[in-house]
Design a protein around this ligand. Structure first.
Ligand code: ADE
Ligand code: ZN
Length: 326
């Protein structure tokens, strides 16, 4: 199976930090990692749930300190993504995970922007940036983060909500989402990954999101599925992530096909590919094999990714023609 042109819509740039780059940045910044080598670090990538992953994900970010670090991180992702068919990437970042360590938000955004600005020519990938708020931090911290990002909003397309879901419902963040919308930004939120269908309802009705990230637990609520189908709200599904974080036992049990058959606008994404065993095409191949998807279904998933993107209509149409020609 050749990589098909795809838009990646659910990708945490911090989740693309491969052990090799983590050790290189640690050395560059004079930081000691609590792992002897890359193999020992990789051996720690065995997760029992979302929180057990997040603990390592936040700890390893200690190596990201300078603009160059963020630029190198994003450039490394873009190079890999292109080999995996990615033609457009809407990339999450977690500013609070860096500002809380004393890294200024401008350092993060300027570093990422440097790599993203070079990406069309260097990698043949167009990009957007999505600034996520950590839902296990306070709503006030989210508002303060948004205010500190105001000088950089021309670089940001949307806001998102991520980190530990259960016990941190979307409705707590209504104020910052209202500010984002007033500023002309699009809105997405993680919901229905570990959390209940009610969190997806809140993301839709309280936060007014344009897309739901994950949303796999929506299937537990028929009225919610009907709503998502009627409004064609995109769901950014991450199959390998779901298995690694034990949202789903086995890939063969993944509800992706059920979701497509129900009429949901589903896309396939890699979430935190350095931690979950694969980038975008790896996810496509894995679900194709596990669920026995046919070629036309893979095309549908690729088409959905561009339809669900924040690209303008002419750009979407151009990418859809690439899929037709594939
Ligand atoms: N941050 C990085 N990956 C995440 C995920 N899958 N869910 C919630 N927060 C995250
Ligand atoms: Zn995610």
């Amino acid at each position: 199976m050749r990589p098909i042109p795809t838009a990646e819509l659910h990708l945490h740039i911090e989740g693309t930090l491969e052990p090799e780059l983590a050790f290189a940045l640690a050395e560059r910044n004079g930081i000691r990692l609590p792992y002897a080598d890359q193999d020992e670090l990789r051996a720690a990538y065995s997760f029992s749930d979302l929180q057990s992953f997040l603990d390592l994900y936040y700890a390893l970010m200690a190596v990201l300190r300078t603009e160059d670090d963020f630029a190198d991180l994003a450039d490394a992702y873009l190079a890999r993504a292109r080999e995996q068919g990615v033609r457009h990437a809407e990339i999450f970042f977690d500013p609070q995970a860096h500002t809380s360590r004393g890294v200024p938000i401008g350092t993060v955004i300027n570093g990422l922007a440097r790599a993203l600005d070079a990406a069309p020519e260097k990698h043949g990938i167009t990009t957007r940036l999505i600034m996520c708020f950590l839902r296990d931090e306070s709503p006030e911290s989210a508002v303060a983060t948004f205010e500190s990002a105001r000088p950089h909003l021309d670089r940001i397309t949307a806001v998102g909500l991520d980190s530990a879901e259960v016990g941190n419902p979307p409705s707590a963040f209504r104020e910052v989402y209202a500010l984002a919308r007033e500023a002309g930004l699009k809105c997405v939120a993680h919901a229905g990954e570990e959390g209940p269908p009610s969190y997806v309802w809140e993301a839709l009705d309280v936060l007014g999101v344009d897309r739901v990230d994950h949303g796999v637990r929506s299937l537990e609520d028929a009225a919610l599925v009907a709503r998502l189908v009627a409004d064609q709200v995109p769901l950014t599904v991450c199959p390998l992530s779901n298995v690694r974080l034990r949202v789903i036992d086995r890939l063969e049990d993944h509800p992706l096909r059920l979701m497509l058959d129900a009429g949901l606008l589903v896309t396939v994404n890699s979430d935190d590919p350095a931690y979950f065993g694969g980038y975008l095409h790896d996810n496509m191949v894995a679900v194709t094999d596990a669920l026995g998807l046919d070629e036309e279904t893979v095309r549908t998933l690729a088409r959905n990714s561009f339809r669900a993107s924040f690209l303008d209509e002419p750009a979407k149409a151009a990418y859809l023609r690439e899929i037709d020609a594939h």
